[in-house]
Design a protein. Structure first.
Length: 377
């Protein structure tokens, strides 16, 4: 997959003209896809099949602060290879949201923060390591980064983030898809074993991954083949209404309180720039009984305003600020996150950490936004 990222302004950036807050003239970056193919080369398929013949144990790992796509893609692989007689371990860097604990196989996931020795042991003992829904070892956190980087066996990457920064024996990576879960479906049933169909458990995991990474098919969803995959998952036994309720009607009271606080007291709009942001301090989280996963998706609310093309959400943790970025259209928040926050992700969804106070993080964000998009004098 070849992708060209073209800056709209020279470096250092010059002010953009914004004559209309609804125009796309205030967008920072454009993305031009040179290829829309989603192809796993025949030699990679053969390497994968050969590696599996000599394999007993498989480990699967994904990014820190896992979401529905991380779990969905990993658990689908887990069921597929477990059903094939392999010893399979899924390792999560840290605890995952409670509203995803119903997913088939979630009870078997090893959480590294809770049992780091066992997590590293499973990775080291594996013959094949699958790295899914992340493009670099450091995204799994410091506890697992070295175990992934120094893994001596056969490594496979299945990911939809741009600019992968990991060496693997098989790399199946493109951002021109809905999710890592869709890529896992293709990996297993388009390339590896095209004569097979997914079980209901596998289909449910993949369905969760696709709908959660697209906001129930409301963004990054203009790929016709994606709907073919969804049809096949429904045919495999997925009850779409039931899965939606399990994911989106399964939240905590603390989440509702935090959402209300964020929207009513922590939302700022900069209309002349088409930008909004929200934040929650550590005290906000503590006072409202925060649980892991409670703030999942909050960033999208800032983007729902008609005049906003770009939004951010800041949450304060023990020693750093977690920042999530979202955008509409051709605003590339991946490049913005990389340049100003040493983060990254997708063109319309990215993340980063800021080491400093909440006040400094927000001030840094506002300065960066104004540097890239100012009103014409």
């Amino acid at each position: 997959m070849n992708v060209c990222l073209q800056r709209l302004e020279a470096s250092p950036p010059t002010p953009n003209s914004i004559k209309n807050k609804n125009e796309e003239a205030n967008h920072i970056f454009r993305i031009f896809a040179l290829s829309k193919s989603d192809t796993l080369e025949e030699q990679d398929i053969q390497k994968m099949q050969a590696a599996l013949k000599d394999t007993k144990a498989i480990a699967i790992v994904f990014h820190f602060n896992p979401d529905g796509d991380a779990l969905g893609s990993a658990l689908a692989l887990y069921h597929y290879f477990k059903d094939g007689g392999y010893e399979v371990s899924v390792i999560s860097p840290n605890p995952f949201p409670g509203f995803l604990k119903w997913m088939p196989g979630a009870e078997d996931i090893i959480v590294a923060q809770e049992n780091l020795t066992e997590a590293r042991k499973r990775i080291k003992a594996a013959d094949i390591l699958f790295v899914v829904d992340m493009n670099a070892p450091h995204r799994a956190g410091q506890d697992l980064q070295n175990a992934i980087s120094k893994f001596p066996g056969f490594r496979v990457l299945i990911d939809h983030h741009v600019q992968p920064d990991i060496k693997c024996d098989v790399m199946y990576s493109t951002h021109l898809t809905t999710s890592a879960s869709e890529l896992v479906y293709n990996f297993l049933y388009k390339y590896l074993t095209p004569d097979r169909t997914p079980s209901k458990e596998i289909a449910e995991c993949l369905y969760v991954g696709i709908i959660t990474d697209t906001g129930s098919m409301s963004y990054t969803c203009d790929f016709p083949d994606s709907y073919t995959v969804l049809r096949k998952l429904i045919e495999a036994g997925v009850n779409g209404e039931d899965v939606h309720r399990r994911v989106y009607d399964n939240y905590t009271e603390s989440r509702m309180k935090l959402l209300g606080l964020a929207l009513s007291q922590r939302l700022k709009v900069i209309p002349e720039l088409g930008v909004s942001y929200m934040y929650l301090t550590k005290k906000d989280l503590t006072d409202n009984g925060f649980q892991i996963g409670d703030t999942e998706g909050f960033v999208n609310y800032g983007l729902s305003l008609a005049t906003v093309h770009y939004t951010a959400f800041f949450t304060e943790r023990d020693n750093r600020i977690r920042v999530s970025f979202r955008s509409k259209g051709i605003v590339d928040v991946n490049l913005f996150a990389r340049k100003y926050f040493e983060g990254g992700g997708h063109a319309n969804a990215a993340g980063a950490f800021y080491h400093g106070s909440m006040e400094d993080a927000i001030a840094h964000f506002e300065k960066a936004i104004r540097e890239n998009a100012q009103l014409e004098k």
